[in-house]
Design a protein around this ligand. Structure first.
Ligand SMILES: [Zn+2]
Length: 148
């Protein structure tokens, strides 16, 4: 298997004011939540050659489609609610506000809101962040969909 590589085409030549940056300098989570409305939703917060940071809201019982990544480890900061990660090999983690979950490349992750309130998590991935959908071993979720 060939190694994955990234190309950084836009380089800074020196100290540069942040005007013109593609990403907002300051994001207020409460403002995003108010603007997005009822879950489920996801909103890209930061994107460049090396990082994709996404704010994700799920209603109670909601979650993602189980998948794994080939070329990067993914991690999340839980900002609200109570979430569960079902992982390859029978590992199950639960995390709530102010907790961080890290999952290595290759591990299927099925994330569920197991609380009574809307959950909010900030997901940190690497572009192009290809998803390889896969059934969840624990719950039998079998949505083997296309790559995104
Ligand atoms: Zn993922």
């Amino acid at each position: 298997m060939d190694p994955a590589t990234i190309v950084i085409r836009r380089l800074a030549d020196g100290p540069t004011p942040p005007a013109g940056a593609a990403t907002a300098l300051h994001t207020k989570v409460a403002g995003v939540v108010a603007a997005m409305g009822a879950p489920p939703w996801s909103r890209r917060i930061i994107a460049d050659e090396r990082q994709l940071v996404t704010l994700i809201a799920s209603p109670p019982g909601g979650g993602n489609r189980p998948h794994w990544h080939r070329e990067f480890d993914e991690w999340w900061v839980v900002l609200a609610g109570r979430l569960q990660w079902e992982l390859t090999g029978g590992v199950v983690l639960r995390a709530e506000k102010d907790e961080i979950v890290w999952v290595p490349r290759g591990t299927v992750h099925h994330i569920l809101n197991v609380g009574r309130d809307v959950s909010l998590r900030l997901a940190v991935a690497m572009p192009p962040a290809n998803h390889y959908f896969s059934p969840c071993e624990q719950c039998g979720y079998t949505d083997d969909g296309p790559r995104e």
